[in-house]
Design a protein around this ligand. Structure first.
Ligand code: ACO
Length: 360
């Protein structure tokens, strides 16, 4: 039997912080509303590209696994915010890392992209078709924000997380997975005009995230709840056997509702959305690495990932952590410095958008 063990991990959070108090200066909202409805207190805003965030996270993950980039057989780059569509962002990362032997694919399942990628890459390793995969969730969602829409602009942040999966004889890694997509819900959460449809009709760029928050809320709780129950049952476990629950970090109230629905224990949940908000595909690896750094991950633990996203996609993964909870190696790689605050970066983006709107 071949297992797909997690042997390396790294994350990259850009340094510029945008607090709820900063957002109060941009729109009619309040720290009290944002914290009570979402649990979010601040988020990070990137001054670099998505691929650059991913490069730093991935370099750290490779160092933690103690392997070189040439040893990677496949890069699965989960993102909803590609720097370019053609060629894919995975190939930018492949070149930046020097992963010359790797296949490179972008995976777009919106915020569920990391869970989809983790399950798919684990299955490829377990089937014997590859030995080493780099699974990345990386997003620069701040670039998609319309800062005049208070219902969406408060929710998101930038960041990247990466893990290395390696074939192993040790019983560790992926145990069970369940993926799905709710039919006829595409319109509940979307970024219209961010694709060929708009380009073909020469419509001016007018990118905004639009969504029906309460409908998504209900479907997210059902989708994640069903997926969690399915993977726990498939693994022959009970809920008490779960040691850590690492959910997609969209909204603290959604997480609480999922955990309540499956009869889980909030003490086992890893939450980072107060500091980083919803970072889409990167929210689960960022939270996993936070748990590792805090010593919350122990050898042999049963860990549950679960996520939902536009589509509406949903999924869960159950894994058994291996023996090692510390990195094999470290790297001094970091992002280029910036003296800009989160508010500086957003005010500059707003000015660019206004200038564009005046000329189109
Ligand atoms: N500040 C102040 N008031 C606000 C804000 C804001 N930022 N945003 C909305 N409001 C107002 C609304 O205008 C509304 O006012 P009204 O009652 O006068 O009409 C009121 O607050 C309540 O709005 P609701 O949408 O009912 O608020 P709700 O409690 O549902 O919370 C939220 C909204 C946080 C978006 C929630 O529905 C949610 O988390 N939904 C699911 C998550 C989601 O959709 N995430 C984005 C998708 S990304 C992903 O991860 C898949």
């Amino acid at each position: 039997m071949i297992y797909a063990d997690i042997t390396g991990w790294g994350r990259c959070l850009p340094p510029a912080v945008l607090s709820n108090a900063d957002i109060e200066t941009l729109m009619d909202t309040s720290n009290e509303w944002i914290v009570s409805r979402t649990g979010i207190q601040e988020r990070r805003i990137s001054h670099v590209t998505n691929a650059e965030l991913a490069r730093v996270a991935s370099t750290r993950a490779l160092a933690a696994a103690g392997i070189s980039a040439e040893q990677v057989d496949m890069i699965a780059f989960a993102t909803s915010t590609p720097d370019e569509c053609i060629p894919n962002t995975a190939s930018i990362l492949q070149n930046a890392l020097g992963a010359s032997n790797a296949a490179a694919v972008d995976i777009n399942a919106a915020c569920t992209g990391f869970v989809y990628s983790f399950n798919m890459m684990s299955d490829m390793i377990r089937a014997g078709s590859i030995k080493t995969a780099l699974v990345v969730g990386s997003e620069r969602l701040s670039s998609l924000m319309n800062w005049s829409l208070r219902e969406s602009a408060i929710l998101f942040g930038d960041g990247a997380g990466a893990i290395v999966l390696q074939a192993s004889d040790n019983e560790a890694g992926f145990v069970a997975g369940k993926l799905g997509c709710v039919p006829d819900t595409r319109e509940l959460l979307a970024v219209p005009d961010f694709g060929l449809d708009a380009i073909a009709q020469f419509r001016p760029l007018d990118v905004s995230i639009v969504f029906s928050g309460q409908e998504i809320f209900k479907k997210a709780v059902k989708g994640m709840g069903d997926a969690c129950e399915a993977v726990v049952a498939e693994a022959g476990l009970g809920l008490d056997d779960l040691d850590l629950i690492i959910p997609h970090q969209a909204n603290a109230r959604i997480v609480e509702a999922v955990v309540r629905r499956i009869g889980g224990d909030m003490d086992k949940v890893v939450l980072t959305l107060d500091k980083y908000a919803n970072t889409s595909t990167s929210s689960i690896p960022i939270a996993l690495i936070e748990a590792l750094e805090q010593g919350r991950v122990k050898p042999g633990m049963n860990i549950l990932f679960t996520a939902f996203g536009a589509g509406l996609t949903w999924g869960a993964s159950l894994l058994k952590w291996g023996e090692r909870v510390t990195p094999l190696g470290e790297t001094d790689i970091s992002l280029p410095p910036t003296d800009k605050t989160g508010l500086d970066l957003i005010n500059a983006a707003i000015a660019r958008r206004q200038a564009y709107e005046q000329t189109n």
